[in-house]
Every structure is written in structure tokens, then in C-alpha cells.
Unconditional design. Structure first.
Length: 474
């Protein structure tokens, strides 16, 4: 094995592995230490700690056969009991969350019956069909039975390719897990994760040879990396959808014609060029290209101010309309700029726009969750799970945490059918049908899919991120 490797991130925080968290900087650190039963792959899932799985035709009963000989960092062996205890902890209603995700896994798995029907087999009997259960299992790291709740953050023990050595305020160091179950050891004997909030400083340290990989490279610094010797930039579309979610419960956006007008009424190409230097991808609906069920043949809304004005007139706003947009100061960091640009462009279709800024991001998430927004709110929709995204945000018969009043019975029926469809190819076709409905009905103002960027040294020749955009060295 070669020498140690240094990663610079905007932040380095060791978070609870069972708290649902879509923040890549946190997940990068966690996935080096912990592993789930299954991992996301292309086009579907692949085995991890479970070597295989099966599901009944009614999509209710799942059996996971565990890999034998897997060792945790403390020497314990992977067992069915450790899987059950990990799932029990992850679905606990008392487990905390971030940005409105409290109790999320409990809402899906709270009524599931866990059983050990045979050696190294774990069974989940679901209270309702759950054809997309793997989407949830991929987000539940498995810990040993001996894991102490009070010490999980101080002494995290998983089965991942690296084990923790030391935690400091701005640095986490790890060493290769020498009993790792895969047929090869990690490429580097040691990892050092360091926090460097300043993006320019991260780039300079990479180019000076003081780091081997950096995350979250701004688009305007990519050229600097490419011009340096022995460094290169790596880019990939993220799984984030940057949008304005419309309040369909009340106000002007309760009318689909208004929502459609707001999509026709802004210049998507100009917005992407100004805000992302033409590096983001236009959205046609609520799924990015990485999402299961995305349809690349569906074109985005064209910029047609005349069509937008006609739709507003048909909706009773021929003399003009007032729109109030909520925008957080961060996440997405450009939310206020987006709101201002939309406000400028909407003047051409007779829409006067007021912008309400929210400085407290956690409080903003709760405002969205409690349906307290105005007409539309800027959001960076980030779950990689199509199942979760569509269920939590669009099913009116479920009314999940991020549902904002959109009601379409045809969509509800398609998503209910998908939930019972075990064959993933047939389920993908159903999700594509749902995607088309959501394009036409426009419950969101579809903006863009941002690009993720990393900088790497020559030491990482051929490195690329995981399928869901995380840093891995296995």
C-alpha cells in the first residue's frame, strides 16, 4: 500500500450514522467507517453486508442473507442480531434528525416485524407493500451488537474499509481496517480528513501538494486546478434538484395554470448561465438524471412569456398577479440570487414578486415542513431515493413531511402501484409515468441540477466518486 492520503472538506463532522442526512461532507466520513446491507449501483443495487436478498410477490416480506466472516473494527463478527439491533436503533421514534428528518425511518419501518428465521438471515415483514425497501436499507449502517449509544460518536465501530483513530475539532484520522471482508485492502493505509471552510484555500493547498483530494470546488476555480501541474478536476452531476416548491394548499399556486405559467415565464438557460456559469443541467421535473425513473427524453419547459401570460389570464390574473417567494440564506447558497432573478424575469409576464429571506436554515426547514411558506419556497431537494422523494413530497393520500398540497389522484395510483411492484424494471417505468405527470402539473418551479466538483492529485489517478456522489477509496 502507498502512503497516507489527505482530504480537505468544507467541514469534517462525525455525525450519528443512523440519522438520515443528505449532506455529502458528513456522508463521506461515515461511509469510510460504516457499511449497510446493500449499496446503490447502476442500474439498481448491489450486495454489501448482505450477500443476497429475496422478496415475496406482494412486496411485503424481505429476507437478507448476510455475508459470512465480516469483522467489525472491534473484532466482533457480523451477525443477524447486529443487523436487527441496528435497524431497531435507526427506526427509533426518539432518534434525532437534521433539517426536518426527525423520525423519518420510523415513519417507514416503525410497523415492520423483524425476525431471524435462520442462521445469518434477517427478515423484515412490512405492514404495507414496500418494493423499494432497498432504498431504505442502503441508508442504515450496521453496527455491532455491543455498540453503546453513549459512545457511538466518540468510538464509532463499523465494518467499513477504515477504522477511527482520532477525532479532533477540525480533523478526523483513520487507519485501514486490516480485517476488511473484501478481497483487497483499502488503497491507502491512513486517511486524514481535514476541515477547510475556504474554497480558495482548499484549491491552493491541493495545487501546492498539501492535499490529495478536495471537495466542493466552485466552478470559477476549476480552471485554476486544471492549469496546475499534477492536479485535475473531477465533475459529475449531483442528485440535487434546485427548485421552488409551490404552495398548492392555498394562494395563487393552488391553480395548476399559475404553476405552469411560472415555469414558462422564466428563462432557464439564462438563469443557469448566470448562476452556475452554464455548469448545471436544466430540470424537466423533480428528478435529476441520477434518479431512478428519470426520463431524459422529456424536455424542460421552454421560455415562452406569451404562453405564461395566457395561462395567467385563464386563471383570472390578466391584470397582474402578486407572488411571494421564500428563500433561505444558505442551502442552496444562491437561493436569494435565484429569487431576485426570477422576480426580474416575472415582471415581463405581469407578476410582481416579493422575497422573504430566512436566515435560520433549520427553522426554515421546519417552516416548510409545517406548511407555513408563502406562495413558493426555494429548496435543494437532495434524496437520491426516488421512492422517498415522490412519497414524501407529492402523494396527497400520504401527505408526507414535505408535501405542500399537490393533489393528483392518477399520480397517487401510479405511486401506490409502484410500491407493490417487485420487478424493478416495471417499477422504473411507473416512476417515469409519474415523472411526466409532475412535469405537466408543475407542483414545483423546475430550475436546475447542480454539478459536483472535486480536485485530485496525481496520487489518485483514475479516481471518481461513487454513483451517489460520495468520496470513497475502495
Amino acid at each position: 500500500m502507498s502512503e497516507a492520503l489527505t482530504v480537505l472538506s468544507s467541514q469534517v463532522t462525525l455525525t450519528d450514522p443512523h440519522v438520515i442526512n443528505d449532506h455529502a461532507e458528513n456522508l463521506n466520513v461515515l461511509q469510510a467507517l460504516f457499511e449497510p446491507l446493500v449499496c446503490r449501483s447502476v442500474p439498481y443495487f448491489k450486495p454489501c453486508l448482505a450477500e443476497s436478498w429475496s422478496v415475496t410477490e406482494d412486496a411485503r416480506t424481505w429476507d437478507f442473507r448476510l455475508r459470512s466472516g465480516v469483522k467489525f473494527h472491534n473484532g466482533e463478527t457480523l451477525s443477524a442480531e447486529s443487523v436487527v439491533s441496528s435497524i431497531e436503533r435507526a427506526r427509533s421514534p426518539g432518534l434525532g434528525g437534521v433539517l426536518g428528518t426527525e423520525g423519518l425511518l420510523h415513519s417507514y419501518l416503525g410497523n415492520a416485524e423483524l425476525d431471524i428465521p435462520g442462521p445469518n438471515v434477517v427478515r423484515l415483514a412490512m405492514a404495507e407493500p414496500m418494493a423499494d425497501l432497498l432504498d431504505l436499507m442502503a441508508d442504515i449502517p450496521i453496527l455491532p451488537c455491543s455498540a453503546d449509544n453513549s459512545e457511538i460518536l466518540q468510538q464509532p465501530i463499523g465494518s467499513g474499509p477504515y477504522r477511527l483513530e482520532e477525532i479532533a475539532a477540525t480533523e478526523v484520522t483513520m487507519a485501514a481496517h486490516t480485517d476488511y471482508w473484501q478481497c483487497h485492502l483499502p488503497s491507502f493505509p491512513n486517511l486524514k480528513w481535514q476541515a477547510e471552510p475556504d474554497a480558495t484555500e482548499r484549491v491552493q493547498r491541493l495545487c501546492q501538494g498539501d492535499a490529495d483530494l478536495i471537495t466542493q470546488v466552485p466552478h470559477d476555480l476549476v480552471g485554476f486546478i486544471e492549469s496546475a501541474d499534477l492536479c485535475r478536476a473531477v465533475t459529475a452531476p449531483s442528485n440535487v434538484c434546485t427548485v421552488f416548491m409551490c404552495n398548492a394548499l392555498a394562494g395563487v399556486c393552488a391553480d395548476a395554470r399559475v404553476r405552469q405559467a411560472l415555469n414558462y415565464g422564466f428563462d432557464q438557460e439564462q438563469l443557469i448561465e448566470r448562476l452556475t456559469a452554464d455548469t448545471a443541467l436544466p430540470l424537466s421535473g423533480p428528478l435529476a438524471a441520477k434518479h431512478f425513473g428519470h426520463d431524459s427524453t422529456l424536455a424542460p419547459y421552454p421560455y415562452e412569456p406569451g404562453t405564461a401570460r395566457a395561462l395567467l389570464t385563464a386563471a383570472g390574473f390578466g391584470q397582474g398577479m402578486h407572488l411571494t417567494l421564500d428563500a433561505p440564506s444558505v442551502l442552496p447558497d444562491e437561493a436569494l440570487e435565484l429569487a431576485r432573478l426570477l422576480a426580474t424575469q416575472y415582471k415581463a409576464i405581469g407578476v410582481e414578486t416579493q422575497i422573504v429571506e430566512h436566515a435560520d436554515r433549520p427553522a426554515y426547514a421546519q417552516t416548510v415542513k409545517t406548511k407555513g411558506i408563502h406562495d413558493a419556497c426555494c429548496f435543494d431537494s437532495s434524496p437520491i431515493s426516488t421512492f422517498r422523494l415522490l412519497r414524501e413530497k407529492f402523494r396527497s393520500d400520504i401527505q408526507g413531511p414535505w408535501w405542500l398540497g399537490f393533489d393528483n389522484q392518477a399520480l397517487n395510483g401510479i405511486l401506490a402501484q409502484a410500491q407493490s411492484t417487485v420487478d424493478w424494471r416495471r417499477r422504473e417505468a411507473l416512476y417515469k409515468s409519474a415523472y411526466h405527470i409532475l412535469h405537466v402539473q408543475a407542483p414545483w418551479i423546475y430550475l436546475y441540477n447542480p454539478t459536483d466538483r472535486w480536485g485530485v492529485s496525481a496520487k489518485l489517478k483514475g479516481w471518481k466518486p461513487t454513483v451517489h456522489g460520495l468520496v470513497s477509496f475502495v
